[in-house]
Design a protein around this ligand. Structure first.
Ligand code: PMP
Length: 401
């Protein structure tokens, strides 16, 4: 839903694009080509998986997975046992979350689980008015859209957590590292009647130091940003309270009657591969997934920082060094998005769009027009073309003030 607007936007630009006098070629690309870095589409990971090859392909015979059920005895009766096992193994190897004393609820992406968690937390409270959902700006642009889309009587978007001052129960979305700016976060409202949803889509070693295993009431993860398999639409929640977990399962039941078994089985295999790739003693031929992708992210961030260093129009944030318990090394955060700031008064999204670079405006994240969010997870040729084009933007065109 969120992304469609920009798909249309890309179409409009392309269709109204009359060829200019010269079309410079940069590494085989036309300078007129639209670079779409608006989505966080994780195609960067494709190269790792191409190297893995077909050895870990999942084949599902026609007689398998006909039932709605995966394990009728499990609280989450549509969760494939193999996926449950691989989720537990991966968290143990990476050390980013405590699974013990939590129920695992699988969802069609963590997007579905955000909605399931909002429903589950609000449903039992029997409040006369909708409960406010807040997050500190800049916040993930989907939160307000998802919260208000169906005009629920259970919850409503309450805006920036830093200016939230209502009494009574509320829900705070805590995203760490944060989308869009990559900052490691903690709750900001901190009131007695607060309920928290920790969104850990990016709490993986390629993006940030794993400083301790997270242990909260509701923690959301997704294969989309962990392994890059966004198309499989698999996310999972670790939920401490049994009643909340049950209600989340009920939500998924009413919404989609479970989650595709094929997608779960493929995701389970992918998680198995990355866990195996982390083993130091190698009964396999796999390159350590997190090491490989961490190096890729570090390289991209260095290139971006070098590119904006000599440019008087744009700035990017620097992140502190922290020790990672997974690698044992000190590392910076290498966020999945760059939160690019332009000089004051510039509509950054507009300026980049004039140069056929599609990004998402800071305004969509509860912030200002000087900011844009740029995906760092595109394919390498797209990323290099973006940097090349960014370096050519040195002045502001007439329409921008
Ligand atoms: N949370 C955050 C912070 C995200 O950035 C995203 C994806 N952009 C999601 C949740 C949803 O991911 P998915 O539905 O693909 O699991």
């Amino acid at each position: 839903v969120v992304e469609m607007q920009n798909i249309e936007q890309a179409f409009v630009i392309k269709s109204s694009n009359t060829p200019s006098v010269t079309e410079e070629k940069v590494d085989g690309h036309s300078s007129e080509e639209i670079i779409n870095l608006d989505h966080g589409d994780p195609t960067m990971y494709e190269s790792y998986w191409k190297n893995v090859g077909s050895k870990y392909t999942v084949t599902i015979p026609a007689y398998q997975s006909l039932s709605y059920f995966s394990n009728a005895k499990n609280l989450c009766w549509f969760l494939e046992p193999k996926l449950e096992e691989e989720i537990k193994k991966l968290h143990k190897v990476v050390g980013n979350a405590i699974v013990q004393d939590h129920y695992i609820v699988v969802g069609t992406g963590s997007s579905q689980l955000i909605q399931a968690a909002l429903y589950a937390l609000c449903d039992s409270l029997n409040e006369p008015n909708p409960i406010s959902v807040v997050s500190a700006a800049p916040y993930y642009s989907s939160y307000p859209e998802v919260t208000d889309f169906l005009r629920s009587r259970l919850f409503k978007w309450g805006g920036d957590a830093r200016s939230f001052d209502e009494d009574g129960p509320y829900i705070e979305m805590v995203t760490s590292p944060n989308n869009p700016d990559g900052v490691l976060r903690e709750p900001v409202v901190k009131r007695a009647k607060g309920m928290l949803i920790h969104d850990f889509a990016y709490y993986w070693p390629q993006y940030t130091a794993i400083t301790s295993p997270a242990d909260h009431d509701i923690m959301l993860f997704t294969v989309s940003k962990c392994t890059g398999h966004a198309g499989s639409r698999i996310g999972w929640a670790l939920v401490r309270d049994q009643n909340v977990a049950k209600k989340m399962v009920k939500f998924v039941e009413l919404n989609t009657i479970g989650v595709s078994k094929e997608a779960q089985l493929r995701a389970a295999k992918i998680l198995e591969v990355i866990t195996a790739s982390c083993q130091r003693v190698k009964p396999h031929d796999l390159e350590n997934f997190f090491e490989h992708t961490h190096n890729l992210m570090a390289e991209r961030w260095k290139k971006l920082q070098d590119s904006v260093k000599n440019n008087k129009l744009f700035y990017v944030q620097k992140y502190p060094l922290q020790q990672c318990n997974f690698t044992g090394d000190f590392t910076e955060t290498y966020p999945a998005f760059a939160w690019l700031k332009s000089k004051e008064g510039i509509d950054c999204e507009k300026l980049l769009r004039e140069h056929k670079i599609l990004t998402r405006s800071g305004r969509r994240f509860g912030s200002d027009q000087e900011y844009v969010r740029i995906s760092m997870l595109s394919r390498v040729d797209e990323f290099d073309l973006f940097l090349q084009r960014l370096s050519t933007i040195r002045r502001i065109s007439s329409g921008n003030s």
